[in-house]
Design a protein around this ligand. Structure first.
Ligand code: ADP
Ligand code: ZN
Length: 705
């Protein structure tokens, strides 16, 4: 297939100017008739890999997709782009299905989405020659290795035998090697070309914070992001309900989502979120599977996830449109303890515990988090990312030997039989029931750490655990225990480097200063978003199917006002230009006008300020200095004020001889337009300000005559 034709189709139907890495390679391979396995992270742009060939290939493309909601979304999206597509699944009536069979027969469809369970229905309509391409979306569902096994997928192996000459493309976001191989084997495409995109999602910032005052941290974060959609992941159903309730009480639009709700309720909540009707979802991990919302701007983990796969998948739901998006993970020891219990009681506890350990290491890291994350998925990066909390605020190390000695000897005196909370109480000399009941006020280390705050002690002890000086005895009341390394500090003069505890106030300030222009309600972006929402409601489709946020951002930046300019925007294809171009352009023009009026108003103010200063009898030079404006600007203010009959006396500021000379020049030059002819006439010896002012006076004189 010719390059220009492929690129033209990309713009015409999807509105994009260029391909993302790998998309083009996959598409070329399909046109060569090969089978392909595509591994791309969520949001990587998998759909185009088969949707674009489907448009150009002569016969229909069959897409196998596991979730009804996902199918509907994709078909809505294609329809909005002017591509003939339909889906077939068990939720439809017989009549609806008959309609689709008719379309298949008359060859009016380019893509047909089918659930694996419904494949037998289409089988009789299609033969090898009548089908151009088979795409298997979410292909990891075929593998029992994967995390999302679906029995119906296992029958897909027959497709390759049934349509041996039709190229097949399998797509997944699961990176795990065993699963990849299993996919190809089970689909009978063992010689498929394999394409693996980088799993690095650069637009997602990574931030891990101590899980202290989580709710306060969350509200501080979201209050400056009121127009943005986000998800808060929690460990328990109860948590999701409590947090959403608390948020609602503080005036945020938040809803809880978990497996305990009825299916209808869950669909309703999902739809509200997808359509931008509700902004915040507090969910257990059940939420997000198969929803395809591209403008989720942030994801917060209220609790620590079980493993890095889950964590990466969940934060991956943010920023699918490629715009900067934020993720925060709260890290707490209580969570680790809880998860450790779950893991110990699970089937393959060794694997689970090992995975949890990697999760823990990630949260406690003192070097670039993205490097750690990507290395877990087999991608090694040399450079630090610059977009994680560690890169942005590198830890500052100091000699923490005395702090370590205090903590370790306190634990030693407590006979390694107390958990972190009580150890800190004793260090700080707290006078409370827990301390007194065990007579700890009598031990030698009681109160030796008075001048260090609770929070700091907690962070230092966590560091000591991470550095291997301490262990938590999870099966014995979470008591802190000394390791052999601790003995080197206590008895052999070993030194300890600790990292300074970051200042929590800083987070708060950074967030409060963080309201970008685009999130303010008066920005063009916000206006365009409102318009998009209005149209989405009218057409009953998700807002992001009209244009995604990245496209709106571009409109805000380039402010297109003609059809041609509008079509230049990345994300605007022919169909959407026709359907929505008029309304969006209208909005942009209205915005431009409003901007102009504000500008005028601002200018009017600037004249008034000059007028006031003239009233105080300041010289024009003084006014210029005071206002930090050019002297010629003040001259022109004066001219304008005079023309508008304000109470000013321009002749006070021009010498009689200059005025006469300019009057003469006006006659000699035949009253020319603009100031330049005068300037040249005086061979640049008369400044623009004086000329302008004199002309203003002369014009008024003439008008009187
Ligand atoms: P995936 O299925 O891999 O999760 P999608 O196919 O849904 O990803 O694409 C994710 C987002 O990226 C969508 O908003 C899509 O419109 C956008 N996108 C895909 N390809 C391009 C491209 N070449 N240029 C710009 N945006 C793209
Ligand atoms: Zn980093």
């Amino acid at each position: 297939m010719e390059n220009t034709r492929v690129l033209h189709t990309l713009k015409e139907y999807f509105g994009f100017d260029s391909f993302r890495p790998l998309q083009k390679k996959v598409i070329d391979s399909i046109f060569e008739g090969k089978d392909n396995l595509v591994i791309m992270p969520t949001g990587g742009g998998k759909s185009i890999c088969y949707q674009l060939p489907a448009i150009l290939l002569p016969e229909i493309t069959l897409v196998i997709s596991p979730l009804i909601a996902l199918m509907k979304d994709q078909v809505d999206g294609l329809t909005a782009n002017g591509v003939a597509a339909a889906f077939l699944n068990s939720s439809q009536t017989e009549n609806q299905q008959q309609e689709i069979f008719k379309k298949i027969d008359s060859k009016t469809l380019k893509l047909l989405y089918v659930a694996p369970e419904s494949l037998q229905f289409v089988d009789r309509f299609l033969s090898d020659g009548k089908i151009s391409l088979i795409a298997v979306d979410e292909a990891h569902c075929i593998s029992s290795w994967g995390h999302d096994f679906r029995p119906a997928y296992t029958q897909l192996g027959y497709l390759k035998n049934r349509f041996p000459n039709t190229p097949m493309i399998a797509l997944t976001a699961t990176a795990d090697k065993a699963t990849r191989e299993d996919i190809c084997k089970q689909l009978n495409i063992t010689s498929a070309e394999k394409h693996t995109a980088s799993f690095d999602r650069k637009n997602l910032s990574l931030d891990v914070r101590p899980g202290i005052k989580r709710f306060e941290q969350i509200t501080n974060f979201i209050k400056t992001r009121s127009n943005e959609s986000g998800i808060i992941y929690c460990l328990s159903r109860k948590n999701t309900e409590e947090i959403s309730e608390k948020l609602r009480r503080q005036g945020f639009e938040a809803e809880a989502y978990h497996a305990g709700l009825s299916p209808e309720k869950r669909i309703e909540i999902q739809d509200n979120f997808i359509n931008d009707n509700s902004k915040i979802i507090c969910a257990t991990i059940a939420f997000g599977m198969g929803i395809d919302k591209s403008n989720i701007r942030w994801v917060i983990h209220y609790n620590m996830p079980k493993n890095l796969e889950g964590y990466y998948q969940e934060i991956g739901r943010a920023g699918r449109d490629g715009l900067p998006s934020e993720t925060i993970l709260f890290h707490s020891y209580a969570d680790v303890v809880q998860l450790q219990k779950f893991a110990s009681n699970s089937g393959n506890q060794e694997v689970q515990l090992a995975k949890l350990d990697r999760m823990k290491q990630y949260s406690e890291a003192l070097s670039c988090r993205r490097k750690i994350l990507l290395s877990y998925f087999g991608e090694l990066k040399k450079e630090n990312c610059g977009n994680c909390d560690i890169c942005k605020n590198p830890p500052q190390f100091f000699d923490g030997t005395i702090i370590a000695q205090k903590a370790l000897s306190c634990i030693f005196r407590l006979k390694e039989s107390e958990p972190i909370t009580l150890v800190i109480d004793v260090l700080r000399g707290s006078q409370n029931e827990a301390v007194f009941s065990k007579n700890y006020q009598k031990i030698k280390t009681f109160g030796i750490g008075k001048d260090t705050s609770w929070h700091h002690w907690q962070q230092y002890i966590i560091q000591l655990i991470n550095l291997g000086y301490l262990e938590i005895a999870f099966h014995r009341g979470n008591n802190l225990q000394l390791t052999s390394l601790a003995k080197t500090v206590l008895f052999e003069g070993g030194k300890v480097q600790l990292a300074k505890v970051p200042d929590r106030k800083k987070f708060k300030l950074a967030e409060e200063n963080d309201i970008s222009e685009s999130t303010s309600n008066n920005s063009l972006f916000e206006k365009l978003r409102q318009l998009r929402l209005k149209i989405a409601r009218e057409e009953e489709i998700p807002a992001y199917l009209i244009f995604n946020d990245a496209t709106l951002k571009q409109m805000e930046k380039s402010r297109p006002v003609t059809d041609d300019e509008f079509l230049q925007i990345n994300g605007v294809g022919r169909q959407k230009m026709q359907d929505y171009g008029y309304e969006f352009i209208k909005e942009i023009i209205a915005f431009n006008k409003e901007k102009k009026t504000t500008k005028k108003r601002k200018q009017a103010n600037t004249y008034k300020t000059t007028l006031a200063l003239l009233g105080k009898d300041l010289s024009l030079e003084e006014i210029a200095r005071k206002r930090e404006l050019a002297l010629t600007t003040i001259y022109s203010h004066l001219a304008k004020l005079y023309a508008e009959d304000e109470d000013v006396e321009p002749l006070k500021y021009i010498s009689k001889s200059d005025f006469k000379a300019i009057k003469k020049a006006k006659e000699e030059l035949g009253n020319p337009e603009g100031l330049k002819p005068y300037f040249q006439h005086f061979e640049e010896a008369m400044d623009y300000g004086t000329i302008r002012l004199a002309l203003a006076v002369l014009e008024k004189e003439q008008a009187k005559d």
